[in-house]
Ligand binder design. Sequence first.
Ligand code: BGP
Length: 467
Amino acid sequence: MKSFPKAFLWGGAIAANQVEGAYLKHGKGLSTSDMQPHGVFGEVVERVADDNILQDQALKDVAIDFYHRFPQDIALFAEMGFTCLRVSIAWTRIFPNGDETTPNEEGLAFYDRLFDELAAHNITPLVTLSHYEMPWGLVKQYGGWGNRQTIDFFERYARTVFTRYQAKVKLWLTFNEINMSLHAPLTGVGLPHDSSKAEVYQAIHHQLVASARVVKACHEIIPESKIGNMLLGGLMYPLSCKPADVFEALQENRSWQFFGDVQCRGAYPGYMLRYFRDNGIELEITDTDRDALKSTVDFISFSYYMSGCVTADKELNEQLRGNILSMVPNPHLVSSEWGWQIDPLGLRTLMNMLWDRWEKPLFIVENGLGAKDKVEEDGSINDDYRIDYLNDHLVQVREAIDDGVEVMGYTSWGPIDLVSASKAEISKRYGFIYVDRDDKGNGTLARSRKKSFFWYRETIANNGANL
Ligand code: BGP
């Protein structure tokens, strides 16, 4: 049996707005994430740069204070043997309003310190340019991704960071879970809640062009780099073997695979053009855009937490799904406390699906179990449920490798507890490292090692042979 390749990258993944805090420090501007203090499902709150009123409630304003504590945190990652850390750059630290022509030096200097610290521990950075946020200034003044000019602002930002960090960062990602833009404005693309499908797809088109343009820029500025896309791997099964359910599942999977099709093949697929026709959606796609889209990604990265089901019976679908982001429950699977259905074999299925479709190396850049942890009297945290979840998923990664899928690495989500994206709570914990902070913001922010910390350390030391 094949095992994990020698050069396999092991580590964890975090995002600026969920860990850094220091949300206005050193010239940082407000981002869409700062306007959603209660998470992507929460209200968008109008706030100004000197606004302290919300600070008690806005957990993300301090988050886990990674901005100040990163040397200590990186030392803990190094202790686990990480060879890779996925981070994101907060666009608003570099261009606070988004449309400036000169970057904010203090913001640039922060990421220099961060990348230097990683280098000191031989940890390879994998850097996401945009993780669920953009400058609020671009939303207010330009209409966010709804405006084509945002492409130019994003490219300027990307070229600035490629140039600045070219010697330090060789692995890049464009947009986190770009397919989640379908659920705009939740993921910070700056569209109003009542946007039409046509407006959402036009904004998505702008993001896809921006993604392709920065792929090109990355190759120009850092020839030895690799740049990938990032998809939420929303694996969907048909609820039954009825042909109509099977076809529904195909279409549902295409609703997110479409993003990868454009990013990997360089053009809109036929099924999407038909969808636009059938729904009376007319997008502005110029010849220059079509040309830009031809710059395709080097690898595919994705998140995977769960699978879901879908049925062609519209009524039943609505009834079982609840809200837009929940899925029809699979009777054969158990769920996490947050209703996310745990399906390790689904990861193997998904990896094979992506490999067969695009034949580009894969990078699993998010996977993990959000759970409430209990701190014992002696301070220990026995998170066997997390170990089981991760172990079972990694076994399937190994199977997929044996199936012939090329895999660059695995970064589990939230190796240190962080603020959740969906509800901005910290009690939904993913970490190997516990952070003493509760949903109200109480706590010392002290770090401690959970049982899973030692398990992951052993896993990395053995390159997965212990699984
Ligand atoms: C992904 C996001 C992450 C992360 C994760 C877990 O969709 O890319 O930012 O937060 O989901 O979700 P949550 O934090 O809601 O548990």
